[in-house]
Design a protein around this ligand. Structure first.
Ligand code: CO
Length: 148
């Protein structure tokens, strides 16, 4: 069910400044920057071996990241576990008594379906389940078929 720790999310006040810091620390630039409008965040991703570091900056004062930073300051925000079947993972967690923060998987950054587990049920750590969304299938007949 759990394939690996997919990424670790870190809440930051300024994505621009944190990008500079983490580029210096890790010796690589972010491979992706992405806004997730629905969550009110800007994100950037650094690859570290096969795990990623996700930096998150709030774009709205009422976003979860803004609230987190207000309460606890910058810092580690969540640990994301890669799952092969997010709905099965959600069902299994629910069956075991864990409270989920969303009832249906939602679209996250970096081509993922995500669901969060209540931090109070995970010793104070916000847990994310994430499942990769395959790129859109090439269903249209046409030139793409000739690429092979
Ligand atoms: Co995440």
């Amino acid at each position: 069910m759990f394939e690996k720790v997919e990424h670790i999310g870190i809440a930051v006040k300024s994505l621009d400044l944190a990008n500079i810091t983490y580029t210096q620390l890790l010796g690589v630039a972010p491979y992706k920057m992405e806004a997730v409008e629905s969550e009110g965040v800007n994100t950037s991703f650094f690859m570290v071996g096969t795990t990623k570091i996700e930096l998150l900056e709030a774009t709205k004062p009422d976003s979860a990241i803004a609230t987190f930073i207000e309460k606890r300051g910058e810092g580690m925000h969540h640990i994301a576990y890669a799952v092969d079947d997010i709905e099965a993972a959600m069902q299994e967690a629910t069956d075991k008594g864990f409270r989920l923060l969303n009832d249906v998987p939602k679209r996250g950054a970096d081509n993922k379906l995500v669901c969060f587990v209540h931090p109070k049920d995970c010793n104070g750590v916000l847990v994310e389940f994430c499942q990769s969304i395959p790129p859109p299938a090439r269903t249209l007949a046409g030139t793409e078929e000739e690429e092979e």
